[in-house]
Write a protein that binds this ligand. Sequence first.
Ligand SMILES: Cc1cc2nc3c(=O)[nH]c(=O)nc-3n(C[C@H](O)[C@H](O)[C@H](O)COP(=O)(O)OP(=O)(O)OC[C@H]3O[C@@H](n4cnc5c(N)ncnc54)[C@H](O)[C@@H]3O)c2cc1C
Length: 450
Amino acid sequence: MSVIDDPGSAFDLTVPVVVIGGGACGLVAALSAHDNGAEVIVLERDPVPKGSTALSSGMITACGTALQKAADIDDDTAELFARDIQSKAGGKADPHLLAAICAGSGPAIDWLIECHNMDLVLVDGPPYPGHSRQRTHAPPTNSGADLMADLLRAVDAAHIDVICNATVKELIVDGDKVSGVVITRPDGSSERLGCQTLVLASSGFGGNADMVKSWLPDMAGSIYFGHEGNQGEAVLWGQALGAACEDMGAFQGHGSVATPHAITVSWALLNNGGILVNQNGIRFCDESLGASELAATVCQQDGNVWSVIDQSLYDGALRFADFKNLQNLGAIKSGMTAAELAQACRLPAPALEQTLATLKKSPALTAPYHAIKVTGALLQTQGGLAIDSDARVKRPDGSTLPNLFAGGGAARGISGTDGSGYLSCNGLLSAVTLGRIAGREAAIQATALP
Ligand SMILES: Cc1cc2nc3c(=O)[nH]c(=O)nc-3n(C[C@H](O)[C@H](O)[C@H](O)COP(=O)(O)OP(=O)(O)OC[C@H]3O[C@@H](n4cnc5c(N)ncnc54)[C@H](O)[C@@H]3O)c2cc1C
């Protein structure tokens, strides 16, 4: 049972604001609750908080930041940012949530730097595809692990307790009001922690194969590249309390992950002339559609897909650590001719020869050739609990639950309704900005209560 209805339940301890999940969203929510005057505690299932945040490149998009202004980018607005996101999402992102996230994004980054001494920089170079301005902020190393380390440092400096090895299995409720949570420890023991307000920052359901099968059937059985601990409890708890879920078919995928090595092969190779062929040696998609868009199509080829490139693409890719790693692992097969490559990959030679000879793609692939066996992967789910612009969890009729907040992967995203609407860095944008909003609103409500 995910929700225990127990009015008047006794608790081992009560804390005004409880946050479930110690990734970017949960840690930012905790900092925000603290700065708004509430005592707050973070509950994290892992021995050390990592989440998908630590697996990421730590890149957070935000508009109107001091870092942008220092780089002479002084015309990036919430409206422009929202337009870019909506354009990728096919107009299907919730406009109110999108407006709140875009407006809150710049202030959130400025606050993390000014008030919590976070080491974030504006990423160099031109804007990422789909972004009208350079608005990507990240640790200087572009490392999600470093982002997590810096957030944990900030949380520690604020004397906020992060309780690890603390899996929340059940919520304790009085009607649809949450009064506390049940924490299960690795030795099987459990504790009851009371709260005035609860923030769900336990991310999405990518680690839950059954939920992926139900909500994202085209991605069922694909490699999951995010944090395994993201089991979709936020959705299950919310549903048990009568909350609405939205955009449940939305996700970020990747259609070119080396198998069995589980290392992403840059989509830039396919944008610059490379092709995907199936086990029959035949090209089966237009690679320009994009990495996430084609993840499901690649999965449907039963994991038997080869990413084919030529020598100039190969030489250019060797400067990337992941590609070099694949080379060292022997994942790259080569042939001086199409027939030789087919033999190395155990593909039918006549079909591959014909595919390459009749290929109309610019720039053209020329012999010698190389190929890597790839499959499709799920990076993160983008559907989740419906929330309003204060990160309050909503019911299907639009009303809000009394004291429940959600952000990051636990909440619906701003990436439309399927695998094609994710604009780069929507994930941490939602985690950081909604984390700040959820923490603030949870603190205001918790401290206002008698
Ligand atoms: C390979 C990869 C690269 C990415 N790169 C980027 C990028 O550069 N930019 C970007 O914007 N996005 C990126 N993303 C997406 C981004 O990582 C996520 O959107 C973001 O980290 C979500 O943050 P979160 O706090 O909601 O979840 P998480 O960081 O996953 O944190 C959730 C935490 O909740 C804990 N938890 C879950 N259930 C429970 C429970 N029942 N009890 C206690 N604890 C629980 C988990 O253990 C976890 O620590 C990437 C994703 C992947 C997989």
